[in-house]
Write a protein that binds this ligand. Sequence first.
Ligand SMILES: [Zn+2]
Length: 544
Amino acid sequence: MTWEPVIGLEIHVHLKTRTKMFCRCPVAYFEPPNTQTCPVCLALPGALPVPNRRAVEWTILLGLALGCRIPERAIFHRKNYFYPDNPKGYQISQYDEPLCVEGSFAVPEPDGDALVGIERAHLEEDAAKTIHVGGAEGRIHGADRSLVDFNRGGTPLVEIVTKPDLRSPEEAKRFLQLLRQTVVELGISDAEMEKGSLRFDVNVSVRPAGSDELRTRTELKNMNSFNFAAKGIEREVRRQIDIYESGGRVEQETLHFDPGNESAPPLRSKEEAQDYRYFPEPDLVPLEPERELVERLRAELAELPSARIRRLEREVAFALAEELVTSGRDELYSRIPGGRAAVANVVMNELAALGLDPAAVNAEELGKVIERRGEIPRAAFSEALAESASPGFTADRYLAEAAIADVSELDPVIDRILGANEQQVEAYRGGKEGLLGFFVGQVMKETGGKANPKVVNERLREKLRALSAGEPGRSADGISDGRQGNPATMEERRGSRRDRFVRLAGRGREETAPVALHLGVIAVVGLLVVVILAIPLVLWVVLR
Ligand SMILES: [Zn+2]
């Protein structure tokens, strides 16, 4: 039988309001423990909660981004449970009348959008933080005591519950990445998993492919990265399939995912709603969001990440478009002119690695540098990227270092150098191939270091090989490429090229006669004269 995963998510997002949900204590996680508290968030008797207006507005804003309907009335409920980090004995949350309902969130995929239903998004207060001491890595197992920090107690938290519409671990990961980016862009949360400002639980079940039944699900908790979530879901899907295929039954339970040891030990059996004995919070009046407020918030929504992925997909590959948007780098990408794929790759690789503030990058100037990347020495290109967010950054400085890779400019120089170094050419032909470095050095010297070494190497090898083979039509300063046009034009071209080269290199040199050649001829002739004169002398001495 083929099985189909059925995945739903519950995501908790910490709102970055200035104060807590029902009191005026600052939201500050990294202050000394238990310094950001008051009678309300410590649950002292008689203290009364007052809702945070901004938290309510931001929840509605998020709901609108998730395509939710905002009902005319929402109420807070008490969710009763006892836990050391929950001093009231209940949490103020929302139950059957939340702020946002019936949403739908499009997740772009390579072959179309996956539509994920949003059951609800509601507002609640977070619990305090329990710190387990004495055990390994702050875990409760093996700890000898536990401490509670109430700074986090009562901070505003939005819980988003999806319908079980996700069909694969990858789809779940995509959804989470996109949701995270949406939340960050709305400016309502840092949504950082390391800080705990974005947390999520995953509900997983499986069913025969094609059926629409919903079987018993298990809940994976403690997911701290999108990759771990995908991994955990994959493993849980496999586990459930194995159980069904061996005739067993999946128990409803909460599993604690531990990415380190590849296992998900059961945490506790999952509570049912009735276990919490929800009832309306008697200390708070119902919320009735005004329609004008809802419409004003709706108007605040900019183009959402999912829509931008679809738009960018027309310029670059889907994977790149998705990466640009979910990393929040697409705004920078859009500002940099030039070839789209080249720009996207630089933005996602080199620039991302540098960790520069995308908003500070001078996109116009950087575009010029990227455009001529192939001609600029690697070091200069890296330097340009590193400087691209500094004030006063201009492309000129780096473009000036563009290497001469144009063969028509380099050839005359190479020919001249070969002509002026006959002895070395001879030695090279005699097998001293190490001399190639000498010739490259000479070319670099003559061009003021601006020649592209790779091209110079190639041309030198080619020319030296041709010289060895004794190809005709090659003079010391000749152009090797015989395929060029008529000689007159060629001469003209050569002249203009040389002028241009001299200008580029900042210095030129008059062509000199190959002195070495002259000296060699004189030496050989001299030797012959000496030998011819010596023969009669030797004969006379021997015969006498
Ligand atoms: Zn407080």
